[in-house]
Design a protein around this ligand. Sequence first.
Ligand code: HAM
Length: 440
Amino acid sequence: MAEKRKFQAIKGTRDLLPPETELWSRVEQTAREVFGTFGFGEIRPPIFESTELFARAVGGETDIVSKEMYSFEDRDESSVSLRPEATASVCRAFIEHNMQALTQPVKLYYTGPMFRRERPQKGRYRQFYQIGAEVLEALQQGQGGAKDIPKDAAVDAEVIEMVMTFFVRLELQGVKVEINSIGCRECRPKYVKLLREELQKVKERLGADSQRRIDTNPLRVLDSKLESEQGIIAGLPRIDEHLCADCAKQYAEVKRQLGLRGVAYKENWRLVRGLDYYMRTTFEITAQGLGSQNAVCGGGRYDGLVELLGGPPTKGIGFAIGEDRLILSLQEARGGSAAQGRDVYVAWMGEKAQAIAIAAAQRLRSEGFRVELPPMEQKFGKALGQADKLGSRYALILGDDEMASGQWTLKTLADGTQAKYTEAGLLEFLKSRKGNSARV
Ligand code: HAM
């Protein structure tokens, strides 16, 4: 006899179930609508790609690539990985489909699962979902350099404005935007050198992780959360005091542009990102109710990434929202997820009533109402109990009396009141209660 085995979802992965999935759909639909109004189109890249793509784009030394990727050998013995993020794929697709020939900039958004072998906790999963967007602009002849600074800054600010528009639409609570500039190829290496020297001086007082990072990635020391290191970090040189003239100008212009768009923000010179491709503008957005994993969105500018992947000189800026965290925060604010509910529960008894009930359900569903039609007849008492359990707003009662008179009974479950309607009158009444969603 086969061994009885109880299967469970793999650690760090989970099933998303109704009624919660309804909120997921609504969030994704809202993203599509809002991003559409900013001129973005959807891209759906594959879920696995060449491991080398992520190593090159995100950085071989980053935690994401060096420790957290799910990689496996394909049949041709090449190494492929489940995507830990999607910016690399979007840039690969930009090159592969020769998108530099399109009207620039190219504005794309995506939604879907990402995979990182992190230690699972609230708001941190091994399969998680992102809603992200990227703006890519291949440089035309004579473009680039200092004269593009105001334009780039306006694009950065508009991208942040778009995320905020989306969050406002969702009524996400306690949203805070933090921004920084991490400089460019000119000024960052000089700052990193200085930072490394200063970190060497205080090395003995740092924890093991930070000590290691002095060599591998000193910028990451800045976002250490270790209590004992906070005082030391506060005394380190700040990047905003070591930006080159162009980066300083760009950063100032981003702040001015955010002001023009009514986006409130806080500067945080310690905001460095966990991916290597960024330059200049970086940002993170936090929301309430999330505990330590409170970043719902991260992003920044990545000019040069497309070129690094073998494409033409191209500018880039984008972000990704952690959808799992966004949903958690929305649920936290509204106190758990609401029951899915039905608009109308059709309680019927008798063969004749069944045919009428089926037709009524068809009609109501075609009007967008959520209808529960029990497959078997039930005593009305039981039917009403069932309607209540399902969170129905109304019960439509179709029994002998209704069949004889052609007057249907509609019971409002919240207060128990009843009223009689003809079929046409019923539809008219329900439609008048419909509001702006499909729910009555
Ligand atoms: P990231 O900061 O690595 O950036 O991820 C963006 C967001 O994804 C985070 O702020 C967080 O909300 C969510 N997230 C990340 N890891 C997890 C996890 N293990 N569990 C749940 N949520 C998670 C990027 O991925 C960049 N590609 C963003 C970007 C696009 N930059 C430019 N364009």
